[in-house]
Design a protein around this ligand. Structure first.
Ligand code: FE2
Length: 427
């Protein structure tokens, strides 16, 4: 007897009428039309069953702090960093833990079950590191939290940052971070990339740097990150986050850079909601939109994820952990409007970030963990269009969250009594 059987599911790859069999927290079979005795059977009624959403780029130490101690007036990255610096001395571990746990509740309700969060290591108390390690432990039964040691004030610009970063890794932080565009000079930025990649290579860690998060067309830290990845044999283990300067770079230079990034197997995380609001603030018109070259990177075979980055913090005042909102914004800003490109945007909040985080047992295949989301949509494109309701969210075959279907009851002459905004294929 199976623990759980899902029937009549549509999968993100387009297969319909699929059954998913679950035993002991793992998927044992995914096949069309399977009917077998199970403790619990769920009829998906032709709706989409997806592996869970994954956010490859977040700041859980700052989340839900909007307005503390004040609001970002200019809307820029640099005022956000200054504002975070004002807030840091007043942070308490309890407040950090409570805000992070509250955000994880939001995430689970949206079917978001794995998050890579940067954690600022520049506070000598490493308060946020301690807090997020505690949160990682507490949420482990329902959410995979991967932490990046992030030197917010600069790995070299803050003279003690490298020591604090090493302490954070010793305490159990998983990934080496960086912020080369915030160092004092381009040379210091390049040196920080070299030192941080060497540290990661020595310790067998993954790398994920905030890189070239500016409108400066001459910012070249992604070139250095690519070079160091190749030199140190870190292919596939290094992620460049943001890369907004690539929006503004010279096309000839990018035509050289992209193949080098592909050769080094650099992963990319673009954060469309935050990039479109922070970048281009110094422009009049035309106003640059500051999102990196997502479709061009995908065409070069790079693994590209779309991340949330911020929710209600010094840099961004909105958000809810809804990765379909992230995918929708990415789709619009990158003009990824073909059917194939819209499906790539869905992959960019599911399978691609799972690959970047190197998640174990992710996917809808026999042998994978029984982690999945039943969406009120018939395919990935409809899911993005509707920011579809997460009807049920499962982890290891157990129900974590459910939301009633979105419907409006109508009182219109000669029209149906309700609508759910789904375009049914038979209609
Ligand atoms: Fe970030």
């Amino acid at each position: 007897m199976l623990d759980l059987l899902v029937t009549h599911a549509t999968l993100p790859d387009g297969r319909t009428g699929m059954s998913i069999a679950v035993q002991n927290g793992r998927i044992t079979e995914v096949t069309a039309g399977l009917h077998a005795p199970a403790q619990q059977t769920i009829d998906a009624q032709g709706l989409l069953v997806s592996p869970p959403f994954v956010d490859a780029h977040f700041h859980m130490d700052a989340t839900l702090s909007y307005g503390l101690p004040r609001v970002n007036q200019s809307g820029t990255l640099l005022e956000g960093i200054a504002l975070w610096g004002e807030l840091k001395p007043d942070l308490t571990q309890e407040a950090l833990v409570q805000r992070a746990l509250a955000y994880c509740d939001w995430a689970v309700g949206k079917g978001l079950l794995a998050i890579r969060s940067h954690v600022d290591i520049c506070d000598p108390r490493l308060l946020a590191v301690e807090a997020l390690l505690e949160v990682k432990h507490q949420v482990a039964p329902y959410l995979d939290l991967q932490l990046v040691a992030f030197p917010q004030d600069g790995a070299l610009r803050d003279p003690l940052a490298m020591d604090k970063l090493k302490r954070a890794l010793d305490m159990g932080v998983d990934v080496v971070g960086g912020i080369p565009h915030f160092e004092r000079t381009m040379a210091d930025g390049a040196l920080s990339v070299k030192l941080l990649c060497e540290l990661a290579a020595e310790q067998g860690k993954l790398v994920d740097m905030h890189c070239d998060e500016s409108d400066d067309p001459m910012s070249r830290h992604i070139e250095t990150l690519t070079y160091e990845t190749q030199r140190l044999g870190l292919q596939g283990r290094v992620t460049g986050s943001h890369l907004t300067s690539m929006h503004s770079m010279d096309n000839y230079y990018v035509s050289k850079l992209l193949p080098l990034m592909a050769e080094a197997q650099i992963n990319v995380v673009s954060n469309p909601l935050i990039n479109i609001t922070l970048q281009g603030r110094g422009d009049t018109y035309p106003k640059r939109r500051g999102m990196t070259r997502v479709p061009e990177m995908m065409a070069h075979g790079l693994t590209v994820a779309l991340g949330q980055d911020c929710v209600m913090d010094p840099w961004y005042s909105l958000g809810s952990g809804d990765m379909l909102e992230v995918a929708s914004m990415g789709l619009h800003v990158a003009q990824m409007t073909s059917q194939a490109a819209m499906r790539q945007c869905f992959d960019a909040v599911t399978v691609n970030p799972a690959k970047i985080l190197q998640l174990d047992g992710y996917g809808l295949k026999a042998g994978c963990w029984a982690d999945f989301v039943l969406l009120q949509a018939q395919d990935p494109v409809e899911a993005i269009r509707l920011r579809a309701t997460r009807l049920q969210v499962y982890k290891r075959g157990k129900l974590l969250a459910q939301t009633p279907a979105a419907t409006a009851s109508l009182q219109l002459p000669g029209r149906p009594a309700q609508t759910d905004w789904l375009l049914r294929k038979a209609e």
